[in-house]
Structures are given as C-alpha cells and as structure tokens.
Design a protein around this ligand. Sequence first.
Ligand code: SAH
Length: 481
Amino acid sequence: MTARLFPLFADLRDRTVLVVGGGSVARRKVAALLDTGARIVIGAPALDPGLAALADEGRIETIHGDFDAAWLDDIWLVIAATDDGAVNRAIAATAETRRIWANVVDDAELSSIHLPARVERGPLQIAISSGGGAPMLARHLREQLETQFDESLGVLAELLRRSRASIRERLPDLPARRRFFDRILAGPIPALLRRGDAISAERALQANIGAASPVRGRVALVGAGPGDPGLLTLRALRLLNEADVILHDRLVSADVLALARRDAELIEVGKQVGGDHDATQSAIHRLLVDHTLAGKRVVRLKGGDPFVFGRGGEELEALRLHGIDFEVVPGITAAIACGAYAGIPLTHRDHAQSVRFVTAHTKSDDDGIDWRALAQDRQTLAFYMGVSGLERIRDRLIAHGRSASTPVALVENGTRASQRVITGTLGELPELARAHRVSAPAILFVGEVAALATRLHWFGATPLQRAPAPAARGEPLARAA
Ligand code: SAH
C-alpha cells in the first residue's frame, strides 16, 4: 500500500510564505493565500501585471531575480511555481534539507505538501485530495460539492462559531453538546439561514442555548445482521452514526463496526466459549446502565436480530429496572440471511410449509425440545449454535422418524466473504462437518429445501458436497458442479 497524505489545515497568520515564479500560476497560488493572513513574498525575475498590482498595493512583497537558496531564510512554506523544471527541483531539494514544506505546482512527487481542491463557505472549508494521483477527479468532486452546499452554510458556521463559548459553558459535557448540535442542525435554523433570515436564526439559536440542559442517555438495542454491512437497516446505520458508546458482541462483523461514528467508544462484550455466561451477562447489564446514566447514547449491537437467541429481552429488563429509555431495532437473523445467501428458500410450495428457528445449544437429554415435532417432514429447521451438537441433532431427529436421507446444509460465515456452504444428508451430518472442519458461526438447515443450494447458490464459493469417503480423506474436497 502506498503511504497516505495526512490532511492538515495550516494557520499561516504572520508566517512567511515564499512563492517562486511571477506568471499566472504563481498569481493563482497567491490569490489562494491572500486571505490567510500570511506574509507573502514573491521571488521572480519579472511579475505579471496582476502580481505587480498586488505589490503596488503593499499586499505582497517581492524579490527580483533568479531563485537563490537564501530566499528560504525564515520561510515556513514555499510554493515553486516557475515553468522551469530544473529550478522547481532545486527549490524542492533545498527546502527539503532546510525542513521547509514545499509545494511544487503540478508535481506531486517533488511536493512535500499538497494543496487540495477546496470548497469554501465562510469559515467552513472542504478540502479534497486524490494524493496527487488523480487531480481531475478531485476537481470533479469539488464541482459536485459546490452545487450541493449552498452559501448559507458559511453563515451557519459563522453563527455557531460566535456562540461556541456560551454553548460550551451551558453544556460542558461532550455527549450532551453533541446531542444539542444534532438537534440544532436537524431543526429550523439551517432553513432560516437558507431563506436569508439570519436574525431569526440567531434568535432561535440563543433560545435553544438558554433552554439547553444535560439530558439522560438512552439505549438502542440494535440488530447488526449476519455480517454483510449492506444488510443493516437504515435506522441501525443512523444509530451507529450517532452513538457515543457501542457495546457489541464478538459476532458483529468488522465491516459493520467500521460504519460506527469515528469517535464512538467500541466495547466488545462477547461471551467467551466455556466462560461464565451469567457473569458476563450481568457485567453487560452494568455497562449498559452505567454508560446510559452518564448521559451517553448507547447502542447495544448484536449479531443478527437482537430478539432471536440474543438475550436481548434480559438486557431490556435490566434497563427497565433502572427506568432507562430504550428502543429496539430489528436485524436480519442468521437463518433468513444465510438462507438467502446460500440459495436456500426457507419455505417452498413443494417442500416446506413452515420453518422453525431452533437453538441446538442445550446440553442435557431432557432439553425441553419437542423432537417429535421437529422430526416431522414438510418443514425446514434452522439450528443456531449447532456446530458442537450435530451428532445429537442427527440422532434425535432420526430416532423420532425423520429420514436419514433428508437434505442438510451447513452455512459457515454466512453473507461474509469467507462464506462456505456444505450440503449433504442428515445421516452423514457430523462426518460432513468434521471433514470440512466447519466452525462457528455456522447455521444448520435441515429439510428438502437444503438441497436447492447446489442449484440456487449465487454468492461466494460453490457449495461443498458430502463428506469425502474415509479412504479419500485428505484429498481435495469435492465441489458441486
Ligand atoms: N441473534 C443472532 C443469533 C445469535 S446466536 C441472529 O439473529 O442471527 C449465534 C448463532 O447464530 C451462531 O452460533 C450461528 O448459528 C448463527 N449465526 C450468526 N451469524 C451467522 C453467520 N454470519 N453465519 C452463520 N451462522 C450465523
């Protein structure tokens, strides 16, 4: 990977900037520097009329002649804007040894600092860089942004700047301040400014500041879906963008977490396999309550849907006990998502009139599961958390009458780039999983529809089939045609 440029905004007030070159390119660079408060010095044998006029007005200083290393004395930044490549190179080289930032016009390689394409609205600036590789693209984006952001944004930025101190004083707590600004920006003030009514906007802002008080945090219990971030709901995405704290399970994919607000605090509260689940659960309850009472906007992010084998209900009970407000955002549960991404329709007119979501995560024989009902045909079973209990699932279902030839499919890492689908029959299920080393997270489908994966698969790798015969273990795995 090539190194990235680091974006900075420079305070050039009363700092000397040298522009070498006296033509139109130099004039454009000087124009961009004029309102920065920098002391601008132009070095060139001759100046174009525009630059000469600026010099006459005393807005820039000039040095006449060819570039000399002594011009770099006491300089912070130099812009090489001559039409002579050798001179530009000499300027860049000298600046480098003197640790002075240098921009060589139209030469990304020689530049230690790049000047971005800019969109300006009052004090607000949006800077775009392509890293020097595609300046036309940056320019194109700038033109698009120019049409998107109207001039009133500058007035808004200025208004907020003037009120900054009083807002801070009123709301010293950062999350509370963030909520205040979210409310202001979603409220009528931007529209008032777009209509040019700065006086009403200012009055509305002052009224809001006066009424502002730190408010209590709240919790959103959010389903993150199975992994592919494209399967998040719009509401989940919005909440991830607003959250101060995100408590997430290990099951939540990195791609989803990457969409969280940059400065949100991410806390993984995943339960360790074999760990004490009840202790972990009460630690989660405590984290939820503590952060919320501290005024934070908390997102409790769970894989799939929070109410499907997610203990979401228990967490809400704990919040209710403390009188904390919450909302619940459903997510796409593993069975639905993995079915879709593996080409397994969960119901089918010819094969299955119902579907059941079952957890296989029970240890004892007296597990309270109605195996007789599960063993009935013309239904699809989706077993969550099943990887370690496949033997039992097979034995129970067959003992209660489901045929050993019933199709099954295991979907591992469903909807993610690493998705694997393994198809076979109920009778060979444990061997199937062992042969292909299936690991969590994986979901098991049992029923006629599981066989459709070999024909309807469309995402990721082609389904793997059947366990290799014992003698052939270790050979390349068979793949469906
Ligand atoms: N609330 C979650 C389920 C939590 S239980 C949901 O609605 O999906 C965890 C189980 O979900 C895992 O053991 C596995 O069986 C299943 N699972 C979750 N994500 C999965 C994925 N991306 N691929 C396959 N199975 C998944």
